[in-house]
Design a binder for this molecule. Structure first.
Ligand SMILES: CC(C)(COP(=O)(O)OP(=O)(O)OC[C@H]1O[C@@H](n2cnc3c(N)ncnc32)[C@H](O)[C@@H]1OP(=O)(O)O)[C@@H](O)C(=O)NCCC(=O)NCCS
Length: 225
């Protein structure tokens, strides 16, 4: 294949990855929004990316965070510096499993999920919320159930189903997700939680990015006294 034809082909592919912006949020050069993305009632900070085919409703996304392709999230606050893997689902909503005779929303919801409803109002709390701290990494195809809080620095393994809150800096895996280990020692975790580097200025973080490559020297450098 001639070099010029190959270049054109690569350029076409790169455009596909970066996306053709048509939503208002996409007009902002500091945000990268993929193709076929639905954003409703979302607040996106600067320097974020939302991959192809994502669906976000009532989501707040902090700076330097991203969702890879096919992620969905509803009623969710996501902190800064979070990485959310492809196919992850956050805050799914729920149907009643007890008390109500049927799990079908036609009996309790006004939202016509199947095109109609018998219900004159909302008789069941269908949606929860999720809070994701700062510097959280969620692996591909994880599921984060409603009303979950994920602490700062936590890691959710690929394919995990998170049904309980995740402590800061824990690594959780499996179905249902359980703590596999912690990323750092208790003292190191306490230092990071007190230091809150994610709230430093962009300039501070930019200037000190190399300090982030080794936790021991980071703590030594930024400990008082
Ligand atoms: C969770 C994860 C971060 C593991 O971190 P780690 O600290 O390096 O852990 P290890 O690889 O040493 O694995 C430790 C144990 O957990 C198991 N494990 C690892 N990842 C797992 C997962 N996602 N689900 C279930 N078990 C898992 C390993 O099999 C191993 O088990 P063993 O002790 O019985 O042998 C990683 O495996 C993972 O899931 N990464 C996500 C990758 C991804 O989705 N990337 C794309 C999105 S940006």
């Amino acid at each position: 294949m001639k070099a010029i034809t190959l270049l054109k082909k690569i350029k076409g592919k790169v455009k596909g990855i970066v996306g053709n912006n048509s939503l208002p949020e996409q007009a902002h050069s500091k945000k990268r929004i993929g193709e076929r993305v639905t954003l409703s009632n979302c607040r996106l900070a600067d320097h974020v990316s939302v991959g192809n085919d994502c669906y976000l409703h009532n989501v707040s996304l902090g700076s330097y965070s991203f969702l890879a392709m096919r992620a969905t999230a509803m009623n969710t606050i996501i902190g800064r510096f979070c990485s959310i893997g492809q196919g992850t689902s956050i805050c799914l909503g729920s149907h009643p499993t007890h008390t109500f005779v049927s799990s079908s929303p036609v009996f309790y919801s006004p939202y016509r999920q199947c095109g109609t409803t018998f219900s004159d109002g909302s008789y069941y709390d269908e949606m929860g919320t999720v809070e994701i701290g700062n510097d959280v990494w969620i692996g591909a195809n994880a599921v984060i159930m409603d009303n979950i809080k994920i602490g700062h620095g936590a890691v959710v393994g690929a394919g995990a189903i998170v049904t309980k809150d995740v402590p800061p800096y824990a690594i959780v895996v499996g179905m249902p997700a359980k703590v596999l280990k912690y990323r750092f020692s208790e003292d190191q975790i306490q230092f990071l939680l007190d230091f809150q580097w994610w709230n430093k200025s962009d300039q501070w973080i930019r200037d000190s990015y190399k300090d982030f490559h080794d936790l021991d020297s980071f703590i030594k450098k930024y400990s008082d006294g």
